[in-house]
Design a binder for this molecule. Sequence first.
Ligand code: PEP
Ligand code: MG
Length: 885
Amino acid sequence: MLTLHSPLSGWCAPLDETPDEVFAQRLLGDGVAIDPTGDTLHAPCDGEIVSVAASKHAVAVRADIGAEILLHVGIDTVALNGEGFEALVQPGERVRQGQPLLKFNLDVLARGAKSLITPMLITNGDRFSIADACVGLAVEVGDALFKVVSEAGDTASASTGGAGQEQALTFVVPLAHGIHARPAAVIANFAKAQATEISVLAHGRTANARSAVSLMALGLKHGDEMTLIANGAGARATLEHLKQLVLGITEAPHAADTPPGDGAKSARSPAAGYSGAQDPAQALGKRGQMGVQDPSQTRAAKEGFAGREANDSPPATSGRLRGVIASRGLAVGRAVTLKAAEIAVVEAGRGIGHESAEFERARDEVRARLNQLAQHSQGAAKDVITAHLEFIDDWELVASARRTISRGKSAAFAWRRAVRDSADTLRSLGDPRMAERVDDLIDLESQVLLALNGEAPTAIPALPERAILVAEDLKPSQLVSLDATKLAGICLAAGGPTSHVAILAAAMGVPALVALGPGALAVEDGAWLVLDAEQGNLSISPDQIALAAAEQTLAQRRQRQQTERAAAHVDCRTADGVRIEVFANLASIAEAQVAVAHGAEGCGLLRTEFLFLERDSAPSEEEQLQQYQGIAGALEGRPLVIRTLDIGGDKPIPYLPLPAEENPALGLRGVRTSLWRPDLLRVQLRAILRVHPVEQCRVLLPMITDPAEIRAVRRMLDEVRRELSINEPVQVGAMVETPSSAVIAARIVREVDFLSIGTNDLTQYTLAMDRGHAELAHRIDGLHPAVLNLIAMTVDAADEQDKLVAVCGGLASEPAAVPILIGLGVRELSVVPTLVPQLKSLIRTLTVEACRSLAQRALSLDTAEAVRALANETMTPARGLLPAQ
Ligand code: PEP
Ligand code: MG
């Protein structure tokens, strides 16, 4: 409970006596009104100045418990345009109770205003009510006027000691990408559920923890200090809880298996894109976490930006534009142009009550539509809608718009201003991850503005077959509402390759170019286009010969894919008859179905940590069993390699907060975490062994560094087998993903039934380059000769003991690497599910002999670039390693 003190000396009256229906009817909130005798307005409590009206006649203060107090000097004083007022504080300033806020000239006000009576009220009445108001009496500055009671029953006090004392908790942001949208949403959701107000202090600025937008605007990066502040009983525990939550926030998984050039922007069928089979890294726009970056893509991006300048003049109605590749592929079709009309907004409101009601109606309408859309969406589309749902109720955005409405502005003007102020702040951080959220904010801005105007949410025309959408920019909500079966491609004059639209387009399997420049806007409706999102070119109205050539390439590609799909279910052998098994890496039941449809022969790696990513409690044995059994069923008896939890490093999990570590990649990870929390390992092993039939499953242990770790897990496994009366032996494998396990592979392999090489981590640890490091992304290359030599040592050790060795890291999904791996002796690959057909068809063209000599040469080279150059040069149809196209 908070006591508000009189800001003025004078006569305190009930609000009903205010000669203005907005205040009298409590449309802005409940409180009291003071007819002043003094000329200085004082702070009624400790807090922060939220706003000072441009005409300086009103001030809003946010108390530490979160109550927002509006002090409005006089009635109709806005018309004085600041005459007679002097503001003594600024927005954002911290004030103490009794501190002077405004000075005003009583004579000027008495002459120019309808009344001097000054309402003091609580504007967030949904969360706070008032009690014990003292009215009908003379008051002095500082007299207690009424109490503010939190609707949630909070007993926090703004300024008294004891249980109400302010608590602060400072720690370092552990997340690799700082407090970006998802962590901000996690914090905001936690804060909204607390009775006590929580503030986050960083870089000398404060954000209300209930507002994801304000949290993002703090620009908190990895390693920055953040301080959580709260008041009241239980505040310490609440802050501790929030801190643990932040420490445990999971960064999105890396595009671990994603092969260069096809992963983050892989062309998937619309069905696959929306079926949740999409790489989680795509959904979150984590391009920087690609295991290996596609050099051609980087080049295209660079050239694209250079091209953008070239595209600036003059706009082209035919010819060619250069763009940045946002989703790879080739499309031929007709232009459907989308001219975005700016939504006109009138500044002046039609009464505070009317505008407030309209604002709530429009938000209700948009929220209801988003909720409906969310029910039918999955994957990246769902992520976009979730972001919009978060923002529509963002505490700070909504409060800011309401404040503007209370100053007499229209709801549309208020919402636009609130959104654009936040968007500007996010842009100014210079962080591309935050800038991506600007797309979402601007999208939501127009959704609410259209709802205020009573218009339909999108103005996208119905698409003809083979439509290539051409626009200045595209809003994510517009894209998800399009008929993906008719959309052949997307060309945007603006946009960026990591925007949500780019991510969605990739998930839908729609080729897209962005940053084409203003030339794209001159494209005429219905013009033929060739969109080459492999090279970064858009040909506008190409001549018949060029069009026919593009059609032919497209037809050949489709045919090749069809042929590959048709042969995908046949066992895969090299041209000289050596059997190579092609399995799939999985993280869900949906992916298992996609894998089987694409001819996968089993699952070579089930990343179990991704099955229960967003939870804040550990999954039970039954919950795990249900998932594993579902995947085993979807695989229809094919082998299922279940990896025990690989938590830690860049895969923290909310339900298992790990101690703060200087260098998490070198800390508690993989099997180390499981042995640190044997209770969790036991539950997981029990769930795995209960899958029916038990012989379908194999257990794979991540991050093994020595045989002792394997023996420790085996002991527990034997106990669990006894508990469950399982007599059959269970196959156990070790991942070789640390240099130590490769170097002593001969000793490791003695303890297990098979090995599986995790090239993503093996590359990271061998090259001492963080696999999530954006700057180093182009150098973290599994084709580095050091990595290849470790793979060769591992395969030789396994061969000597006649044990199987598979590769399940991203290298196995790379066409350039596959011949080398086969040449090194690898006979089982576990790959991205949708790539199984393409890789099988590649393998069928190879001879082991040619692969061996390629691999031997690769081992002796100096750099990854040299190995890539050799692979590219060798893998030509003329040299017999690749089929003629
Ligand atoms: C790897 O490191 O190559 C691997 C397959 O494991 P993850 O990518 O899940 O760390
Ligand atoms: Mg790994």
